[in-house]
Structure formats: C-alpha cells, structure tokens
Design a protein around this ligand. Structure first.
Ligand code: 5AD
Ligand code: SF4
Length: 453
C-alpha cells in the first residue's frame, strides 16, 4: 500500500478560520490524507488566510516565499508539493495570487471547501493553477463530511457566515459574502456529535453571529437565543458562548438569555470600534456612543456578573485627537475584561480606503499605545478582582508543570491548577489564588473523588 499523502495547514486570522481548517482537515482525512508534522514533509500545504488588515494579508506572501524554497527542495528529491491558498485572501485576490506567487497551485475561497478534495486531485503535475472563488449555489456545510472532534473539550461551531452590515472599513462582506444562517437541525446535529465525542463547551461562530436567523425545526425563523436554548438541552453540553456580535443585533431575547440560560457564559464580545459619533457614522456602524453605553447597561442589568470584551480601531480616516479621546472615554465608562485594538488599515475596495484625511502611521501608533495602556490596566484589574473567588473551571489540557492542568473560567481566562489528569473535560470549583495580566492560578476548592485506577 502506498504511504498516505500528507497535508499541512497553517491558519491565520479569526476563529472561523480555525473552524474551517478543522473541517478541511477532516474532509481530507476521509480522502486518505494524513497530517504532516512539518511543512517540509507535506505533499499538500494549505495556507488558510486572513484579509482583515494589510499585515495579515502580506504575511501570506512572505510565507509563500519560504514555501517556494521547500517546494524546490522537495522537487529535487523527486517529491511533488501542491501549494494551496484558502481563506479570505484567496477570496479577495483570486488569480492575482498566482500572478504574484506562481508557486501556488490552488486558490480556494471559503465557500468552496467542500470541493477541495476534487481541486487537489486536479492540481499539480505541471497543470495550470486552479482558482475557485465562486459563491456556489450548494450549501458547503451540507456537503462536508460529518463533524469529528479532535479530542478537545471545547470546540467552535460555525452557525452563521457573512455580513450585511457593510462597515466602511471592513472586507468581510466581500470575502465572506451575504449573511447566511445554518438551519437549526444541522447545527444541533453537529453539536450532538461533538457532545458524544466529549466536547463540553461550544462557541457558536459567525461574523455577525447575533444576527442569526436560521430555519427552525418548525419551519419558522429562529433567533440566536432560541438556538442557544435548544443546544443547552443537549446532554453533555455544559457551556455555550457566541462570537462576534453587532450591538444593533443584541435583541431582547438574547439579553434575557444571559439572565435565564445558566449554560450561556456571562461573557460577551461586543465590538464598539470607536467612541465618536461622527466616526461611528463614517464607519456606518448604525449605533452611537450613547446607544452602545445604554445597551451595555441593559445587558448588565439582566446579568450582573457579565463581563465584556470588545474590538476597537484607532486612526480611522479623519479621526482627530478629540474624537480619539471619545474612544478612551467609552473604555473608561464600560470597563472591559479584555479587548482587541487595531490601527486602521485601508483595505482595497472598501469605502473608507478612499476617504481623505488618512491618519499618519505614527499618530495611529501613539494612539494605539495610549489605548492599550488603558485596556491592559482594565484587564489586570479584572483579573486581580477574581482573586479569592471560587469559579467553575473547565479543565481543557495539561499544563507545562507536572500535575498541572489548564482550564478556562466563565470569562475565558486561562486558569492553572494542580489537578489530576483524570479531571480533564470536567468542570470543577477552583479558588483563584493568584492573577497575572493574562492568566489566573487556582486551587481545587471541592473535595473531588479520585477516579479509581
Ligand atoms: N483596519 C483595522 N482593523 C480592522 N478590523 C476590521 N477591519 C479593519 C481594518 N480595515 C477590526 C475590527 C473588527 C476586527 C475583527 O478587526 O475591529 O471588529
Ligand atoms: Fe480575517 Fe475576517 Fe476572513 Fe476571519 S473572516 S479570516 S477576520 S478577513
């Protein structure tokens, strides 16, 4: 029997790309591919790319330069390598990628992953590069093989893809297309499979996940809150999360779910992007600063323990010092447990890239530093305030030290504790005894029966 072909996938960008890479890897495993430990050993290299900021997109080309050397070395040893670019750069740049990097054999957009096996079969052996970046009629999720878990206790599950919001800075509506929600029964079937394989926590993914409007089993359109209740009823699923949300789609039933659904974690990623109403309007965010603050108040009124994280952009075209100060003001008023902040990066084809008054890079850098100082202080303060609390921790993996496990708190903080490895996959009460900027340490707070040997 010939040795199985080996595949190596490198993933950039967001959690949806992580999910997509897992699905590609599962689909190819069913077609007989094995995972390669290193790129040098791979017959097929896939870069699953991100186009959200220029830096992420350019990284792909520097990687392709290195891959060209690997491909040449393998060729000299008589081995073929099929180089594939998948993800959002593939979708946005298509055939241009092959022009810039002729080493590429296949370009495949996120809507065509169910066709990947067939594309790889046709590629290589000196054939011309294949570019598949259409938005096909067929539903890729329905055509990918049933989901397998990789043994992890926490998993991502894409329930919604694409975006109709058209924020003026963002490529997502172009790379991931119009909003699409998977039917409830498909999501539920995937969640049940994950639960049966030992998954305890599921994060529902979508570029605009709280705009979820999938077909329910009753033929009607279901909201994200209804979907969450349905999944919470699955035996074995102990925790649910969702990301990323738009403030305009935080409906009353979803806010109520944070109060009423105990399996929904008290943690919400809710980007606000900027604090000035003029900038928010220029971003086409469809909310003002005070509307965002009022929304946060309403959510917290229902669920006092809820913590927030967010995304923020500094240096959007035309942003003045005063307008930037309005961003700091929102951060000060909300108090975030965690946040991602970025320098505005003009993206080809998006409306904001053409706005006059692009902010110089040194000004963006300086604003980003000031913002991140404040966010770091808030994160450290949030973590420190956890010391002395007893929290339910889902143990996910072994730590570096002997006898140590690493788990997650309800607020997604990494928590280290001395615990027997038989507790992997369990949720146990842990007293938090120490806090750093990025993680917590704790001690098991309940007498837990040891699993008999
Ligand atoms: N420049 C900088 N940051 C961006 N984001 C999206 N587009 C851009 C851009 N052009 C940020 C937003 C979004 C997160 C995923 O990335 O904050 O919420
Ligand atoms: Fe990047 Fe957006 Fe594509 Fe995710 S969906 S990989 S964040 S461009």
């Amino acid at each position: 029997m010939p040795a199985p072909k080996k595949i190596f996938i490198k993933t950039f960008g967001c959690q949806m790309n992580v999910y997509d890479s897992e699905r590609m890897s599962e689909a190819l495993a069913q077609q007989g591919f094995a995972e390669a430990a290193a790129m040098e050993e791979a017959d097929v290299v896939i870069l699953n790319t991100c186009h959200i900021r220029e830096k992420a997109a350019e990284k792909v080309y520097s990687d392709l330069g290195r891959i060209r050397q690997v491909k040449t070395q393998r060729q000299e040893a008589g081995k073929e390598t099929i180089v594939t670019v998948a993800g959002c750069v593939a979708q946005a740049e298509g055939a241009e990628i092959v022009r810039r990097a002729p080493v590429v054999d296949v370009v495949v957009g996120p809507q065509s992953y169910h066709r990947l096996g067939e594309l790889l079969g046709r590629a290589g052996n000196g054939t011309r590069a294949i570019v598949d970046t259409g938005f096909p009629e067929e539903d890729k999720f329905g055509r990918l093989p049933a989901r397998l878990s990789n043994g992890a206790v926490a998993a991502f599950l894409t329930v919604q893809e694409g975006c109709d919001k058209f924020c003026t800075f963002c490529v997502v509506p172009y790379t991931r297309g119009a909003e699409f929600s998977r039917p409830v029964k498909d999501v539920e079937a995937e969640a049940r499979r994950l639960a049966a394989q030992g998954v305890r926590e599921i994060t529902l993914l979508g570029q605009n996940v709280n705009a979820y409007h999938g077909q329910g089993p009753d033929g009607r359109t279901w909201s994200l809150a209804r979907l969450i209740d349905r999944l919470a009823a699955i035996d074995g699923i102990e925790r649910l999360r969702y990301t990323t949300s738009h403030p305009r789609d935080m409906t009353d039933d979803l806010i109520a779910a944070h109060r009423d659904q105990p399996k929904l974690m008290p943690y919400l990623h809710l980007p606000f992007q900027a604090g000035s109403d003029r900038i928010l309007a220029a971003m086409n965010r469809k909310h003002t600063a005070s509307e965002y603050l009022a929304l946060v108040d309403r959510i917290r009124a229902g669920c006092e323990s809820l913590a927030l994280s967010t995304d923020i952009i500094v240096g959007f075209p035309g942003e003045t010092e005063e307008e930037f100060a309005a961003t700091l003001d929102i951060v000060g008023k909300v108090g975030f447990a965690q946040a991602y902040s970025f320098k505005y990066s003009p993206r080809p084809g998006t409306p904001a890239a053409g706005i006059d008054g692009q902010v110089p890079d040194r000004v963006k850098t300086e604003r980003l530093h000031r913002l991140q100082d404040l966010l770091d202080q808030q994160q450290t303060a949030f973590n420190s305030a956890c010391v002395g609390e007893v929290m339910p921790i889902l143990f996910e993996r072994k730590g570096r030290r002997a006898g140590q496990l690493i788990g997650r708190s309800p607020y997604l903080q990494a928590v280290h504790a001395q615990a027997d490895s038989s507790f992997l996959g369990q949720i146990l009460k842990v007293e938090i005894v120490g806090a750093g900027p990025n993680s917590l340490s704790g001690a098991l707070a309940e007498a837990v029966p040891r699993v008999p040997a």
